[in-house]
Design a protein around this ligand. Structure first.
Ligand SMILES: Cc1cc2nc3c(=O)[nH]c(=O)nc-3n(C[C@H](O)[C@H](O)[C@H](O)COP(=O)(O)O)c2cc1C
Length: 141
């Protein structure tokens, strides 16, 4: 049985692009084995991540993520039982923030900024889907 989970968090100080590459490598090697797919966005000190997979695998991973000192203020945005994956192509894709433009942000929120703490989880998920559709995702498939 498949589920999708999305959360946002604030990165710990010192998390930079080098640390992010390390994190993504760790994600991809574990997720491949565990049958987890999804996307990670890191922008201006914020993480937004969607993870999909079997219910117990996703829940176990989320518990590890909650305890990770590389971020804090973790807020669960979406948790759904699903019949199919939307991000099946990525062991953990990375959103290319250079492709996120003002128009795309304004389509879903009041201001042209990425603020998952103030919009609904559905809105952030819709933005992620749009990024996927416009090929603004990088990383190993
Ligand atoms: C923002 C963020 C996203 C993460 N995403 C994943 C992920 O998708 N898969 C994964 O295995 N670990 C992910 N991690 C790392 C886990 O928190 C954890 O360090 C890793 O799973 C290894 O756990 P272990 O040392 O208990 O085996 C993420 C960590 C952070 C801070």
């Amino acid at each position: 049985m498949l589920v999708r989970l999305m959360y946002c968090s604030r990165a710990a100080t010192g998390v930079d692009s080098e640390e992010l590459s390390l994190l993504l490598r760790q994600c991809r090697s574990h997720n491949g084995e565990a049958g987890i797919t999804g996307m990670l966005c890191f922008s201006e000190g914020l993480f937004i991540q969607v993870i999909e997979g079997g219910r117990s695998g996703v829940n176990q991973l989320y518990q590890r993520i909650l305890a990770d000192p590389r971020h804090h203020d973790v807020v669960l945005l979406v948790y759904d039982e699903i019949s199919q994956r939307r991000f099946a192509g990525w062991m953990m894709g990375q959103v290319n923030m250079a492709r996120v433009n003002t128009a795309m942000l304004l389509k879903y929120s009041e201001r042209p900024s990425l603020d998952p703490y103030s919009v609904s989880g559905r809105v952030t998920l819709a933005l992620f889907e749009e990024l996927l559709a416009t090929a603004a995702v990088v990383g190993d498939r």
